[in-house]
Write a protein that binds this ligand. Structure first.
Ligand code: FAD
Length: 471
């Protein structure tokens, strides 16, 4: 290992982490601290005001809806409720972990002052703690906000409790601190980055959630970018992916990159169930199901279980996901799976349960991938739907045919020096009861999935979407 370069990085990491804590701790505090809970009970009955349209969540979906509504009709009274002080982007954050040239925290963190001034919607920085649909009230840590129309775009929560039913609250808190998931906007990405910058030789373990989860390629893009970082920093070790199943989003494209760029240093292990984590001893224990090559009477492969444990230098334990708790607070009907997506009113962004509540982003119950790009797409459809409603017009998705080409384009960085990326596109259609998406992972003219042109497109996409949300 190149000690001088690594030592300098570690010292740098302390400075960046300290700066980031100043920016980010405040954002996360408002949510779950005893102070916020106390504020909620003492100020809980205070009515702060009534707004025509209230949007919960200042992320990809929520900001798109707020901006779109004000652009279509500047007289609309729109309020966004967001618990964080600043916006932290999850898209492209894996490239930050890979330390691609020119990226820094400023590439990912944005303040809300700019879009609020530019578009004229209101913003309340507070945590939503309850929703009273009968009274049309959103209860926040700072008081009650009344609404005529409510839009939910609160994103996801982690589901440690169902994944690890025997773990105590203290153990889960320890995991959050020492093996951050980094799938939710906030300081977790900064913590993971600090751990990587501070690591010596050793392995990085990434666990993949089971069930539906945010941005299915994200754990695999992260593995690629951490492998790129380790290669660049001359860190001896592997990136080990523990997958509860065998599927990898954009699988063939990732496998091609891992084989050709990382010399066997990205190891994907399928059918792994996490049993325990010892954060002090830095050891993860899991059970892997391995095919025996024999079949049972019904023709199914017989698997044997092997208990394993592995020492890690850094652990990125990405827990199972579920719809953010705001969805349960609203009481709208959800899918019965472990995620609990919002059931929609046909091919629309109005909820099935309540005509005055709409939903966009990762929580929608359509069969489209949960991505920033689809949150923006859905946000714009939702805007049109609400505007039509306010103008007393019927609403239909605005296409003559029933298919929209490339409603979602999702890029994943896989290589550095030269930067290379892969992509998947989804065409959306709504011939059935919900909107559905069909994916395609294209190859370039050279027969490879990855290319520098796609890496450039990734940068362009990210710059474009951020400019759209924040200017
Ligand atoms: C590592 C990673 C890489 C990704 N890469 C891509 C990519 O390349 N392309 C892509 O299209 N997508 C990507 N995504 C997915 C994308 O980030 C999400 O799909 C998108 O953010 C979903 O938007 P949303 O509005 O549903 O949720 P979010 O953007 O998460 O916004 C939800 C907001 O609600 C707020 N909130 C939550 N609870 C409360 C509450 N109780 N009170 C007040 N506010 C609350 C949160 O603080 C947050 O700001 C990636 C995700 C990850 C994790």
């Amino acid at each position: 290992m190149n000690m001088n370069r690594r030592d300098a990085l570690k010292i740098g990491a302390v400075g960046v982490a300290a700066a980031a804590v100043t920016t980010l701790t405040g954002c996360n505090n408002a949510a779950a601290t005893p102070a916020a809970a106390a504020a909620a009970t003492t100020t809980g009955k205070k009515v702060l005001g009534k707004h025509q349209i209230v949007v919960i969540g200042g992320g990809f979906g929520g900001l798109t809806v707020a901006k779109g509504l004000k652009k279509k009709d500047s007289k609309l009274d729109v309020l966004v409720i967001e618990k964080n002080d600043t916006f932290m982007s999850c898209p492209f954050s894996n490239a930050y972990l890979g330390k691609l040239e020119g990226l820094n925290l400023g590439t990912f963190i944005f303040d809300y002052a700019q879009p609020v001034s530019a578009h004229g919607y209101g913003m309340l920085k507070s945590e939503v703690v309850g929703i009273d649909r009968a009274a049309k009230e959103v209860h926040t840590a700072h008081g009650i906000v009344q609404y005529e129309i409510l839009v939910l775009s609160p994103g996801i929560d982690y589901d440690y409790e169902n994944q690890f039913p025997t773990f105590s609250k203290e153990k889960i808190a320890d995991l959050k601190r020492n093996a951050p998931g980094a799938l939710i906007p906030g300081s977790e990405h900064v913590a993971l980055d600090r751990m990587l910058k501070g690591m010596d030789d050793g392995d990085v373990v990434i666990t993949v959630p089971s069930g539906k989860f945010r941005c299915p390629p994200a754990p695999f893009e992260r593995a690629s970018m951490i492998a790129a970082f380790m290669k660049k920093e001359d860190i001896s070790g592997k990136v080990i992916i523990l997958n509860p199943g065998k599927d990898i989003a954009k699988g063939a494209a990732f496998k091609e990159a891992w084989k050709e760029l990382y010399n066997g240093n990205v190891v994907h292990m399928d059918f792994c169930k996490i049993d325990d984590v010892d954060t002090k001893g830095k050891t993860i224990s899991f059970t892997q199901k391995i095919p025996t090559g024999k079949k049972d009477a019904d023709g199914f492969e017989i698997m044997k279980e092997e208990k394993k444990s592995h020492k890690y230098a850094v652990l990125n334990l990405i827990p199972n996901n579920k719809a953010n708790g705001v969805v349960a607070m609203s009481g709208v009907e959800t899918t019965k799976d472990s995620f609990g997506k919002v059931l929609m009113n046909g091919c629309s962004f109005q909820t099935k349960t309540d005509k005055d509540i709409y939903a966009v982003g990762d929580v929608v119950g359509h069969g489209i991938p949960p991505s920033g790009q689809t949150a923006v797409w859905a946000g714009n459809q939702c805007v049109d739907e609400i505007i039509n409603r306010l103008q007393g017009k019927a609403y239909e998705l605005p296409v003559k045919t029933t298919t929209v080409n490339a409603g979602n384009v999702c890029y994943s960085m896989v290589g550095d020096k030269p930067e290379e990326a892969i992509m998947v596109t989804h065409d959306f259609s709504w011939t059935g009861a919900v909107i559905t998406g069909k994916g395609n992972v294209p190859k370039g003219p050279d027969g490879k999935f990855r290319s520098s042109a796609t890496a450039k497109a990734t940068h362009d996409w990210y710059r474009g979407v951020m400019a759209d949300l924040f200017s």
